[in-house]
Design a protein around this ligand. Structure first.
Ligand SMILES: NC(=O)C1=CN([C@@H]2O[C@H](COP(=O)(O)OP(=O)(O)OC[C@H]3O[C@@H](n4cnc5c(N)ncnc54)[C@H](O)[C@@H]3O)[C@@H](O)[C@H]2O)C=CC1
Length: 300
């Protein structure tokens, strides 16, 4: 099958390409040069923000299924530059959805727990979004555009993505490992209740949703455990056998530009009924896999 992945240089998209390569005919779509390890896939340098180039790349490839994982994901940068966030996260999703409609392709568009305001989480798929901040609003509009424009579409929401794949970008989770390993303290928000998503398992759930189901609408595809960020950091430290100080801080003290949902998190019971081969991981299982990825990365 011809499968395309946007955001292929990103954490989730890169995992998806690695899992698809060799099993399907794969087009990896990203901005600029490919930063993935070489493999049996084609690369398209296309800009989600320019109105047409991703749409053209998907059409030229003749995609039969598309995982749309590309986005501007820096929430504070989106707050500073809301027009750029709109161009990429809404306009880019529209491009992808238009291409899918023209090609009759199935689409899974990746979205976020930030579509909720974080006053009453964890949230289920049927809870009503109330995005706060530019990133959150553009992701919610992107969800609506995807579901409206692409007839065969599911939206997969993830949260706090992390992973240890070689070359994967730095995240809160990798910073916890690196700082504690160096004997430095780690600051973590004590008042943000979140879900987390091991990128490899999130990508696997998204791909199963894309290729093995006919599910339409929203599905939550994060890890299964809801916890605060201090506890997340402690779980990482424990699994990696790292001592050191985890310093709880309040979100308001950090004076971040974009609002953060405080009582957030995703309920994932539905994923366990929709998906057969992959399921949301409980935190201990996710930590085992993250640790195994890290060991491989260090020996690669
Ligand atoms: N990183 C996180 O903690 C979370 C991510 N998500 C969502 O998950 C999806 C995947 O995110 P990640 O892989 O974690 O983020 P990432 O930031 O690692 O990957 C996003 C990719 O999109 C690409 N991109 C940005 N602007 C582009 C443009 N104009 N044209 C083409 N490509 C462009 C980036 O280069 C990057 O490779 C996104 O839809 C994101 O909104 C949802 C919740 C949390």
């Amino acid at each position: 099958m011809k499968v395309a992945v946007t955001g292929a240089n990103g954490l989730l998209g890169g995992e998806a390409v690695a899992q698809l390569a060799g099993r399907h005919e794969v087009l990896a779509v990203g901005r600029g040069p490919c930063r993935l390890a070489a493999g049996p896939f084609a690369w398209a340098d296309a800009d989600l923000g320019d109105g047409r180039s991703v749409e053209q790349a998907l059409r030229a490839f003749g995609a039969e299924a598309v995982l749309h994982a590309g986005a501007l994901t820096d929430v504070d940068a989106c707050e500073r530059e809301p027009e750029a966030a709109w161009r990429v996260n809404v306009g880019g999703t529209e491009q992808v959805a238009r291409a899918c409609r023209a090609l009759g392709a199935r689409l899974v568009a990746v979205s976020t727990d930030y579509v909720f305001d974080g006053t009453a989480g964890p949230y289920g798929e049927d809870d009503v979004p109330n995005p706060r901040g530019a990133y959150a609003r553009t992701k919610r509009c992107g969800e609506e555009a995807a579901l409206l424009l692409a007839p065969d579409c599911a939206v997969a929401r993830v949260a706090v993505v992390y992973g240890g794949r070689p070359g994967a970008k730095s995240t809160f989770a990798t910073q916890v490992v690196e700082k504690l390993s160096r004997g430095e303290p780690v600051k973590a928000f004590s008042d943000q209740q979140v879900s987390t998503t091991l990128a490899a398992n999130g990508a696997a759930m998204c791909l199963e949703l894309l290729l093995k189901t006919a599910y339409r609408g929203v599905l939550h595809t994060s890890d299964a455990t809801v916890l605060d960020r201090v506890e997340f950091a402690r779980r990482i430290a424990r699994r990696f056998g790292l001592g050191g100080e985890i310093v709880p801080v309040k979100t308001a003290e950090a004076k971040l530009l974009a609002p953060r949902p405080l009582q957030g998190g995703l309920r994932v019971e539905r994923a366990a009924t929709v998906l057969r081969s992959h399921r949301p991981l409980a935190i201990d299982e996710a930590m085992d896999r993250f640790h195994a990825e890290w060991v491989l990365r260090k020996t690669a």
